[in-house]
Design a protein around this ligand. Structure first.
Ligand code: FES
Length: 141
């Protein structure tokens, strides 16, 4: 699966992230790397309400991966509580039915949606800041 393509599963609009009404612009800053707990995750949301655009950032040292915060099992965010993620040795566990996903490719390696995966989002790091998209930081207008 290439980065950003929809995984198999339910037809929630979050899987078609390119069409989400709250999608941030290319180059939008998400957070500083040190705002993501090492070996853990952080959520950054755009828009309001339950259907807002939720980005999950996972960090190991200086490496960061970004996914839609959306479990392919029951189409729910991976966390129950804000900014609370359960991780273990490069894996993140969905809080609902304990599916485990790799940090580095989002693939489910254990649990009810094994073989399915998180939807990867493009991001890049520049000067210790994680940005959404690819290319270069957005210029303030
Ligand atoms: S909703 Fe994530 S494992 Fe069921």
């Amino acid at each position: 699966m290439d980065a950003g393509s929809a995984s198999a599963g339910r037809g929630d609009r979050t899987l078609n992230w390119q069409d989400h009404p709250d999608l941030p612009a290319n180059g939008t800053p998400l957070c500083r790397i040190d705002e993501i707990p090492d070996q853990n995750g952080r959520e950054v949301c755009f828009g309001a309400g339950k259907e807002n655009f939720k980005i999950l950032l996972l960090r190991q040292g200086q490496q960061v991966w970004t996914y839609v915060n959306f479990c392919p099992h029951f189409s729910l965010p991976l966390n129950y509580e804000p900014q609370t993620f359960v991780t273990l040795d490069g894996l993140i566990m969905c809080a609902h039915h304990t599916a485990f996903f790799n940090f580095n490719d989002g693939r489910c390696v254990d649990g009810p949606c094994i073989g399915d995966g998180l939807v990867a989002l493009p991001s890049f790091v520049q000067d210790e800041v994680v940005y959404f998209g690819s290319g270069s930081p957005a210029v303030a207008q």
